[in-house]
Design a protein around this ligand. Structure first.
Ligand code: ARG
Length: 456
């Protein structure tokens, strides 16, 4: 098939080159945006008198027919036509003849592909914002339900202080809140119309870019045509924020893996979201959570891949940039599937409150409470820390928990300790008394749930 650009060529493109340079096998999914952009472009050309109104009408009608062929799967993609842009243009010319060739007036695939990508990402980013919100709502519901569920809080994966499960879950709501903000912020920069930049330098024809921007609902028009066709910052930004979002989801996934072990036994994952072993009949494996953790690799990989592709590219468009699509599409697909499966699974996770609470009490997790008790009695914190440390050392030797020591034993370390200390040495007190802003107390957790619910 003759290429739309074949004029100056004497030889046909080598088969291996067609295979090597094509992008239709993956950029076909840009078709709805390509059509949308072309319709707006045709309307602008007619409005500016660059083509006639009736030509534009014919072009637009044919583009709509092509869209319905694409929609229904009747459209045949051709690799020898390289990409989605030339596939659609060739179909247009097949339908309405040379008149179809007017559509590409004052346009280049360089600004066209930048436009398609922006339209695609604008829609996908908005969808992802919705998915993040859904996940946040599920976490909020769980946090509300478990505002009083006591569990061990960890630092260094060593038991640190008792916390409430609601508090722990709200930490993820906060992370997701930042992810959402980053996504919304990136939308501001996606929202720029590159069309009209043409190949790189603009055009001699009297185009109206602001009109196209209005039709396609872009807030801004790219100010510099060379930047417009060279810029993939918006893709890089998306990959970067996607990588950070995956950091958060992988941390949650890791905790689901850990908590579902026999050793922790904090949760039971729903059967429908686990898999068995082909050899060990007793196994119930947290594959979903593991795969969420595992898929982080490809998202980081995509970010690094595109950063590397874009590095040191001379202005303006270079074919290297065609390599932006696979990492972008893969990241969008990965994020959507991860968020989707997590949203399905989380409401069905069973939390073992009894086990969590029992575990929270052990490991001298109330030592800080004893130290703060001594501070309340007027001891400087450093000394209180030292005294409590000695009490813990003593208790370890005795094989006893702090509340199991007698008042006399405790007073041996500090005369400031009175019988009221025993009221405080319980996990319930440890959490309910931590009502400082953002703290773990059920009362505070409920307040945070309310605040976040309003923010959503
Ligand atoms: N398929 C190309 C891409 O994805 C479209 C732009 C091609 N432009 C060009 N001058 N070869 O980047």
């Amino acid at each position: 098939m003759k290429k739309p650009w074949a004029g100056r060529f004497k030889e046909e493109t080598a088969g291996s080159v067609e295979e090597f340079t094509e992008s239709i096998s993956f950029d076909w999914r840009l078709w709805p945006h390509d059509i949308e952009g072309s319709i707006a472009h045709a309307r602008m050309l007619a409005r500016q008198g660059i083509i006639s109104g009736s030509d534009a009408d014919k072009i637009i009608t044919a583009l709509r027919e092509i869209a319905s062929e694409l929609e229904s799967g009747r459209f045949r993609f051709r690799k020898d036509l390289e990409d989605i842009h030339m596939n659609i243009e060739a179909a247009l010319i097949r339908k309405i003849g040379p008149l179809g060739g007017k559509l590409h007036t004052a346009r280049s695939r360089n600004d066209q592909v930048a436009l398609d990508l922006r339209l695609y990402l604008r829609a996908e980013a908005a969808g992802l914002v919705g998915m993040i919100k859904r996940l946040q709502r599920i976490l909020l519901r769980l946090a509300q339900k478990h505002a009083e569920t006591i569990m061990p809080g960890y630092t260094h994966l060593q038991r640190a202080q008792p916390v409430t499960l609601g508090h722990h879950l709200l930490a993820y709501v906060e992370m997701l809140q930042r992810d959402k903000e980053r996504l919304l912020d990136s939308l501001k920069r996606i929202d720029t119309l590159p069309l009209g930049a043409c190949a790189l330098a603009g055009t001699t024809l009297p185009v109206d870019r602001a009109y196209v921007a209005r039709l396609l609902k872009f807030k801004r028009v790219a100010a510099n045509s060379m930047d417009a066709v060279s810029d993939r910052d918006f893709v890089l930004e998306f990959l970067a924020l996607g990588a950070i979002l995956m950091v958060h989801l992988s941390r949650m996934a890791e905790e689901l893996v850990l908590w579902s072990t026999e050793e922790f036994s904090f949760i039971e994952l729903p059967d429908a979201f686990t898999t068995g072993s082909s050899i060990m009949p007793q196994k119930k494996n947290p594959d979903v959570a593991e795969l969420i953790r595992g898929k982080v690799g490809r998202v980081y990989g995509s970010l690094v891949a595109l950063l590397t592709t874009m590095k040191a590219l001379p202005l303006s468009y270079n074919r290297d940039m065609q390599e932006d699509k696979l990492p972008l599409f893969d990241t969008v697909d990965t994020l959507k599937s991860v968020m989707g499966v997590l949203t399905d699974m989380l409401p069905r996770v069973k939390f073992n409150r009894k086990r969590m609470k029992e575990t929270a009490a052990g490991g001298y997790a109330l030592a800080t409470d004893l130290a703060e008790y001594l501070v309340g009695k007027g001891l400087p914190f450093r000394e209180a820390h030292e005294v409590t440390g000695r009490v813990v050392g003593y208790a370890i030797e005795r094989g006893a928990e702090l509340h199991e020591l007698t008042l006399d034993e405790l007073r041996g370390f500090s005369p400031l300790i009175g019988p009221d200390v025993f009221d405080l040495l319980t996990v319930e007190k440890a959490v309910t008394r931590r009502k400082s802003g953002g703290g773990t107390a059920p009362e505070e957790v409920r307040r945070q749930v309310e605040r976040l619910r309003k923010a959503l």
